[in-house]
Design a protein around this ligand. Sequence first.
Ligand SMILES: *Cc1c(COP(=O)(O)O)cnc(C)c1O
Length: 379
Amino acid sequence: MIEIPLQQPCYDEAEIASAARVIRAQGGIGGGRVCAEVEAEFRCALQVGHVFLTTSGSHALEISMMALEIGAGDEVILPSFTFSSCANAIVLRGATPVFADVQPRLMTLDPLDVARKVTARTRAIMPVHYSGIACDMEALQKLSEDSGVPLIEDAAQAVFARYRERFLGTIGQLGCLSFHHTKNLGCGEGGALLTNDDTLAAKAEIIREKGTNRSAFLRGQVDKYTWVRVGSSYVLSDVLAAILQQQLAKQSWIKSKRAEHWLFYRHRFDELEKAGLIELPETLPEVTPNYHLFVVFTKNATARDLVISRLRSAGIGATFHYIPLHSSPFGSTLGAPQELPVTDDYAARLIRLPLYPTLSDADRARVADAFVAAVTEYA
Ligand SMILES: *Cc1c(COP(=O)(O)O)cnc(C)c1O
């Protein structure tokens, strides 16, 4: 039985009261006043021009594809080491995902491999800030400027993480956040689309409202609302926005608790790394993580599986992560077989350890002790 889970949301009376207030008010509980308030709070906190709360991070990615008018014959470059949602957003538009390799240990998009894969058909590049650690945004922005191809940042795991002084999700033309209950800030299911581009924002607003100009109508800018382009139903409920509002209010506490645990593991495992038994994530000076995941790599896949099963039998919810999309049952049917050596190698050796704000010091020590013992035995 798992006694220390991999992750745990941190809701308390504040979230309960906030959701109850919306329900008791008996008004509309769709995307209304609370959504608008939370969007304004995020615009201010993240210093970004436009924030659209959405029903999920996956849906924010889908809106991005539509706002950029990506369709059949177009290619989008993304890491293979990511969640299916990234590739689904592309395939749903009839476009082709082109998988690029990642950088060792960081598991973030390798700009050199992206550069090799840019063609005349490339319509977007999708950096995924895995584990809340930024991709090499300087190199990717340079590539984007040189090629004229926009960046859609998948910052689903990276809310309030930074690259230099800027928050992730606000650097590319479009950025996507997730508020799934496993993320740093959660409301069960939810997401956000971020942009500083007014034209893309105008499109996103319509796409999110089933392809209608209802938002302009509610502002009194048009006298009736109607279907003006393709879109879908992506507006977040006010009940969920009310929960998210409370999570946003405690984001700096959430991040600092996570940082504490993350740094504890990092220091505790230093010796194992020096002994060549494991590899730990790199910490680059221009990157400020949000400590979403604690990720570590064993020497080989066999050691990884043994360490995970030892931890799980000790009641610790350690686990691996993505099967790279290019070798997944569906991904492997899309286009030619791909050579992604870093992805294949590192994905097979990756372990995630329990990390959440309410993790107790005693449980954290139990995880660390069990991990050190298992690695020493098997690696
Ligand atoms: C969670 C996640 C998503 C999808 O977010 P949902 O809100 O669950 O739809 C997309 N990309 C990455 C990298 C994620 O971790």
